[in-house]
Design a protein around this ligand. Structure first.
Ligand SMILES: *Cc1c(COP(=O)(O)O)cnc(C)c1O
Length: 334
């Protein structure tokens, strides 16, 4: 199987850069959903906690249980909710409030414009009253930006709506509630961060997905993907390689096959325009389930060390490239 290197120095570099923006390490909540964006859930939780990160965000209770020993708080975005000392649970609808047990720590998600889930702005007072009546422990109020990465007014009008929500929470008599709206794009672009927490995902893993017009913050990719040689052959001119014989040698070539394929989460899409690694090796023929071929005889090759390069090739975003990587691939800290 292929293997992944996790570069601890680069991860800490990114966290330091983010801490400069938030003003304090304590204000960072590392987003660990989906196997820490493919980087390895427990491995990244451990590194983040060693760095001094106190808060995490996960997708569901299963992920929360694997990492809660590393943090003071873990925000669970969806799924089952239960009374827990460390875990708090996002309330994504009024129905969620009714279906939550008394004493559960909750964080109210307000829909300020994304329109996926969350309580509509005009139902916030109703939601707060329900939370009180139900005896839930409101520890946070949050929202999510739909377009903080784009140079437009989007980020500003959503922020403004969230300011109103903050005032409503105060007015309803709640105290000590943490307020948070920023994701990576928002924290990278903001000049005056004054909230209690930032929920940072992709930037911690080394990617700045903002429009180029924003002042760039230097981030360093944390993950690299490598494969080992399975076999080598001499391909003669006119011999083809792989399924459907889509690549035919025009000259004799030294070709090796490596132990990575779409079964590992590498994309087979866009096979017609073959992917070229950052070392300059081009995939020969189609990507198989567990194998890919290149013109080289190296024992090991680096398939990817910057997901934005691959994302460009596959016409997607860095998030999808790293998150797709199979959780069974061994991950090693370097
Ligand atoms: C995934 C997620 C984030 C992190 O987003 P990035 O763009 O990776 O920083 C923050 N908040 C919520 C609610 C999320 O689902």
């Amino acid at each position: 199987m292929a293997f992944i290197h996790i570069n601890k120095q680069n991860f800490y570099h990114n966290l330091n850069q983010i801490a400069l923006k938030t003003g304090a390490v304590d204000k960072i909540a590392i987003v660990l959903k989906d196997n820490a964006y493919g980087h390895g859930l427990v491995l990244i939780a451990k590194l983040a906690s060693e760095f001094g990160i106190k808060h995490a965000v996960v997708r569901d209770l299963r992920e929360a249980k694997e990492v809660k020993s590393f943090f003071d708080t873990v925000l669970v975005l969806a799924g089952e909710r239960e009374v827990d000392e460390v875990c708090s649970f996002a309330l994504n609808s009024l129905a969620d409030i009714a279906n939550t047990a008394k004493g559960t720590k909750v964080e109210l998600k307000v829909d300020t414009g994304m329109h996926r889930n969350g309580i509509p702005c005009n139902k916030v007072d109703e939601a707060l009253a329900l939370i009180q009546a139900q005896g839930l422990d409101l520890v946070g109020v949050m929202t999510h930006y739909r377009a903080a990465d784009i140079l437009s007014a989007e980020y500003f009008w959503q922020s403004k709506r969230f300011e109103t929500v903050k005032n409503q929470v105060e007015a309803a008599g709640f105290r000590g509630v943490r307020m948070h709206s920023h994701n990576s794009a928002a924290i990278l672009r903001t000049q005056h961060f004054d909230e209690d927490l930032v929920r940072v995902g992709i930037a911690a893993y080394g990617y700045n997905e903002l429009d180029d017009c924003f002042a760039p913050m230097q981030l360093k990719p944390v993950l690299s993907l490598h494969a080992k040689k399975v076999s080598s052959i001499h391909l003669q001119a006119n011999e083809s390689i792989g399924y459907a014989a889509t690549f035919t040698a025009t000259r004799p070539m030294q070709v090796s096959t490596y132990n990575i394929g779409y079964g590992d989460g590498w994309l087979r899409a866009c096979s017609d325009v073959p992917y070229t690694t950052e070392e300059g090796l081009t995939v020969l023929g189609r990507v198989s389930m567990d194998l890919m071929s290149f013109e080289t005889s190296q024992e090991e090759i680096c398939i990817l060390s910057n997901a934005q390069v691959a994302a460009k090739h596959f016409n997607t975003i860095s998030y999808e490239i790293v998150t797709a990587l199979n959780s069974d691939i061994p991950r090693y800290i370097i």
